[in-house]
Design a protein around this ligand. Structure first.
Ligand code: M6R
Length: 365
């Protein structure tokens, strides 16, 4: 059942190229430069006309929501807020008709997300679901939605469901831009970038040995910091969550520029720092953040773009990632972080598929 892999988590990490193709199937219309999202067709105009969109979720799904915020604001220019479902439901949120609420949940059964959905409904909002489990409570109770089609996810640490959620949000953001904020040829360009992702992920997965070496160097660390910016700030949060939940190493994710507002105080020769530094608009800024860590003797692990050999000068370890347009980079950069947490956890002898104190689906608040 684990398809020859030692753990479900590893199997699910390696399934991602296939899952990504499944998520896109029928939805990405390259010849027409269009996106087709059958599940929300009847609501598309309502969503396009929304004054704002509120995304509610928990854990990894909340991280996907944050990437969704960056994507929808960038492509469709509709203001987006992202809230933890547990915070949204208990703070008398300002929400009503005219608002669109998107709930994201792999299981479709998370108690807080379900309660947020019911509250949003009561207040008259249009509620859209992004779920993996077909027929789950959240999928059933929303006005409309999109399935992530990632197949059953058994490992407690979410991997393939996350990348599938990000793809669905990417497609939604493009669908909301059609005829409004992006010309068709640009939509086509972004669709082609997305269609090229699965093969690039295969190339990243082939670097398992490089990641393993890094895991060997740091599996005894007690802390770890993850830094990224823009589309990849949520990826830093996700990398840190993956590490803490299965290896029990304390890890934090931050937007890289926030480092000097606090976390920099933690840096010493025992602190590994993972930088997401693929080439985009903030690349040079990240380089100076790396220098700051180095000058305090922190260990630097960098996720960099293919061809960026210069960066070796600044880093203890480099993982190279195929080049891609900024908006798709989260789908690539998260992969080595999933692999790194997996290898660190197994080297520490942890039960990666069933980490202590955690449930796959959190049905109590
Ligand atoms: O099923 P959901 O997507 O609603 O679950 C939300 C979180 O409980 C979940 O993402 C959790 O954080 C994972 N263990 C992360 O790997």
């Amino acid at each position: 059942e684990k398809g020859g892999f030692e753990h479900f988590m590893l199997k699910e990490i390696f399934e991602q190229p296939g899952v990504m193709r499944d998520v896109m199937r029928g939805r990405v219309r390259l010849e027409e430069n269009r996106v087709r999202l059958g599940g929300i067709e009847d609501y598309l105009d309502t969503i396009r006309g929304a004054e704002r969109i509120v995304i509610c979720a928990c854990g990894t799904s909340w991280h996907a929501g944050l990437i969704g915020e960056y994507l929808i604001e960038e492509f469709a220019r509709i203001p987006v807020e992202v809230d933890y479902a547990s915070e949204f439901r208990y703070r008398n949120p300002i929400i009503g008709r005219g608002d669109v609420v998107i709930v994201i949940s792999q299981s479709g059964e998370t108690a807080d997300t379900l309660a947020a959905l019911r509250l949003a409904m009561q207040k008259g909002a249009t509620v859209i679901g992004i779920c993996n489990v077909v027929g789950s409570t959240i999928a059933r109770e929303t006005h409309c939605g999109m399935y992530t089609h990632a197949g059953p996810e058994i490992g407690v640490a979410s991997t393939k469901a996350f990348t599938a959620q990000v793809i669905v949000l990417y497609l939604l953001a493009l669908a909301l831009s059609e005829g409004r904020t992006l010309p068709d040829h640009e939509i086509g360009l972004y669709l082609r970038e997305l269609a090229a992702v699965p093969e690039k992920v295969e190339r990243i997965l082939a670097q398992n040995d490089v990641v393993m070496e890094i895991a060997q160097a740091y599996h005894q660390s007690r802390n770890c910091l993850y830094l990224g910016r823009g589309f990849n700030f949520p990826v830093a949060l996700e990398g840190a969550l993956k590490l803490k939940e299965i290896s029990y190493i304390h890890a934090e994710g931050y937007p890289a520029a926030e480092m000097k507002h606090g976390p920099i105080a933690l840096i010493d020769e025992d602190m590994p720092v993972v930088f997401i530094a693929t080439r985009d608009t903030t690349y040079t800024k990240i380089l100076s953040n790396i220098e700051e860590v180095r000058s305090r003797k922190g260990h630097v692990i960098v996720i960099a773009s293919d061809g960026d050999e210069d960066i070796r000068r600044l880093a203890d370890h480099v993982i190279h990632i195929p080049s891609a347009a900024g908006p798709v980079t989260p789908l690539l950069n998260v992969i080595p972080l999933q692999m790194l947490s997996y290898h660190i956890a197994t080297l520490r002898g942890c039960n990666v598929d069933r980490p202590r104190n955690l449930a796959k689906s959190v049905t109590v608040e």
